[in-house]
Design a binder for this molecule. Structure first.
Ligand code: BMA
Length: 308
C-alpha cells in the first residue's frame, strides 16, 4: 500500500483557520481528545502580537469546533512555574479520568516543556515543568510503564537549529523525571535533520504506534513530514519498525503556503475502533485532519520500515 492510500485527507480541510478566534494570526499545531459526548481540545493560537497562547475548544463531532476567544488560564502552586506568553504545540494524553497537557512553555532560556492536568477542560492545574530547558516536544504515554509515568520528548536548543534526537523518560510522580533512554534520531531523507514525537503513543498488539514529525533541510529551509514507528510495548525506547518513507508530506496548497511553508505537523490522534483521525498543523497557519484505518497504518509501518 502506498502512503497516499493510508491517510486520506478530509475534503473540508483545513477544518480550523485563524477566523475561529478573534485577534488570531494563525491557529495550528493543536491537541484534541474525546470528552463527554463529544470532543475537547487545546489549541495553539498565534495572536496578532505574535505571542503564542493556548485556548480551549469543544466540538460535537471533532470537525466543527467552538474555540474560546480568550486564552486559558492555569492554577499553579508555585509562582516560579507559570504558563508563558510563548506557549505552543500542546499534546493531550488521558490517563484514568485525567487529561494531561504537555506543551512548549518557552521562556527567556529557550523552549521548555510545561505540564498541566484537567478533568473538565475548565480548570487547569499546572505542575512543575518536567524537563530541563531546552526541549520543544513532549508527550505522555496513556498508561504507566513498569509502574511509572512515561514520556517521549525531544531536547532542543534555543533556536530552530538542526538539532533533535528523541528520548524516553519516566517518573514516579510526574515531578521527578529520569531513566533517560535514547529512542531515535534523524536518519536519511525526509527525517534527516531532526525528529520529534507527535500524538500520544497508541497501544496496538504490534507495539506502541508513534506518529512523529521528521524534518528535511532543502536549499530553501526546513520541510516537515509525518512518519510512524512501532515501539516495544514494555521497553518503548526500542524501535521495532520505523518508516523509511513518510506517511504524510506537505503536498496540498494549505500545507505548502502559510507562515512557515511546507509543514505538516502531527500533534494529535483520535482512535475509534479501527479508525484513526490525525490532527495536524499546516504551514504554521491552520489545522487539518486525515483519516486512516489503524490496521493500515500499522501494516504500512511494518512494510515500509528501515531493515536495519
Ligand atoms: C518547529 C515548531 C513547530 C513548527 C515547526 C515549523 O520547530 O516550532 O511549532 O510548526 O517548527 O515552523
Amino acid at each position: 500500500m502506498a502512503n497516499e492510500a493510508v491517510f486520506k485527507r478530509y475534503s473540508g480541510n483545513p477544518i480550523i483557520t485563524a477566523k475561529a478566534v478573534p485577534r488570531a494570526n494563525s491557529i495550528h499545531n493543536s491537541a484534541v481528545a474525546k470528552f463527554g459526548t463529544g470532543y475537547a481540545g487545546i489549541f495553539r493560537v498565534d495572536e496578532q502580537d505574535m505571542n503564542f497562547t493556548l485556548h480551549v475548544g469543544h466540538s460535537p463531532d471533532g470537525i466543527h469546533w467552538d474555540i474560546e476567544p480568550n486564552r486559558l488560564t492555569m492554577k499553579s502552586d508555585n509562582p516560579d512555574v507559570t504558563m508563558t506568553d510563548h506557549s505552543y504545540d500542546p499534546r493531550i494524553t488521558k490517563l484514568g479520568e485525567t487529561y494531561y497537557i504537555t506543551w512548549c512553555n518557552a521562556g527567556p532560556q529557550g523552549p521548555c516543556i510545561g505540564l498541566a492536568e484537567t478533568t473538565d477542560f475548565k480548570t487547569f492545574q499546572q505542575r512543575e515543568n518536567p524537563l530541563v530547558t531546552a526541549n520543544r516536544n513532549c508527550v505522555l504515554f496513556p498508561r504507566k510503564i513498569d509502574g511509572n509515568y512515561a514520556s517521549y520528548h525531544r531536547p532542543s536548543d534555543r533556536g530552530h537549529t538542526p538539532f533533535g534526537d528523541m528520548f524516553y523518560a519516566t517518573s514516579p510522580d510526574l515531578t521527578y523525571w529520569g531513566c533517560h533512554r535514547f529512542v531515535f534520531g534523524p536518519r536519511g531523507g525526509w527525517q534527516s535533520t531532526k525528529v520529534g514525537p507527535g500524538p500520544a503513543p497508541i497501544e496496538t498488539k504490534d507495539g506502541w504506534l508513534l506518529i512523529y514529525h521528521g524534518v528535511w533541510t532543502s536549499c530553501n529551509g526546513y520541510l516537515y513530514y509525518a512518519g510512524g514507528a512501532l515501539m516495544d510495548l514494555e521497553r518503548p525506547w526500542k524501535v521495532l519498525y520505523r518508516t523509511k518513507e513518510y506517511l504524510l508530506a506537505p503536498t496540498e496548497l494549505y500545507e505548502r503556503v502559510g507562515d512557515v511553508p511546507n509543514v505538516v505537523f502531527p500533534s494529535s490522534a483520535i482512535v475509534e475502533g479501527d479508525m484513526i483521525r490525525l490532527y495536524y498543523g499546516c504551514a504554521d497557519t491552520c489545522i487539518s485532519i486525515a483519516e486512516a484505518k489503524l490496521s493500515d497504518v500499522v501494516a504500512f509501518v511494518k512494510t515500509h520500515s528501515f531493515t536495519k
